[in-house]
Design a protein around this ligand. Sequence first.
Ligand code: ADP
Ligand code: ADP
Length: 227
Amino acid sequence: MIELKNVTRRFGNTVAVDNLNLTIETGEVCVLVGSSGCGKSTTLRMINRLLPHSAGEILVDGEDVNAMNAEQLRLNMGYVIQGTGLFPHWTVARNIAMVPHLLKWPKERIDARVEELMTLLDLDPATHASKYPQQLSGGQAQRVGVARALAADPNILLMDEPFGALDAITRDNLQMEMLRIQRQVRKTTVFVTHDIDEALKLATRIAVMDQGRIIQHDTPENILRHP
Ligand code: ADP
Ligand code: ADP
């Protein structure tokens, strides 16, 4: 469970996130939706402490994120962003293996995990494992980004507009993939998008943000009924 209690983040005089309260239950896919600049990314990045919060409290399974060490945070939370952040001079396999490698898993275990994840993400290991990111399509690269985030089996998946740069068809495919993967691995997920249709498709709960606050927090069904 992720709990944000009276969380505020300021950048100089800008209040990016304003006294926000949000509870995300274990196994839930919470989609933060709202127009550009409303504070979605800032909220997401405070959860894994990529950005420190200015005030309030963020708890993961009851533990204050400020009390966790950096490694614990990175291992516990997979992070996927638009543009993937893949290392261009590393192969697909090495990119996916990044965290298991840092954890010093034995080579056989890493190889098996990479193959398993590529298969899960519908990437043929024989064809793609030895490729470099620039040899992939946008959709394939984004799949590798998701595989990398899942590699060490984190409890939480944080996704920041991961499909924002993809064409409509690829985007639709990746959304369907996410639904299928969620049924298989069931991660507590916080997903940021400005696209309400994407939110309605993927969410178990939607938090609608406006000017650093949550103005609605409900199931997709209820949001559709009372927009
Ligand atoms: P994205 O929109 O893909 O999340 P960024 O994280 O770079 O891209 O920026 C998020 C928002 O924060 C944007 O509205 C951007 O203009 C703003 N922003 C980012 N960095 C700064 C900065 N150093 N000063 C002012 N605004 C910034
Ligand atoms: P969203 O993800 O909903 O587009 P952000 O969380 O990126 O919104 O930004 C919320 C507000 O905080 C915006 O006004 C943005 O310009 C500002 N902001 C975000 N990052 C920075 C930063 N690094 N420096 C200054 N202002 C920022």
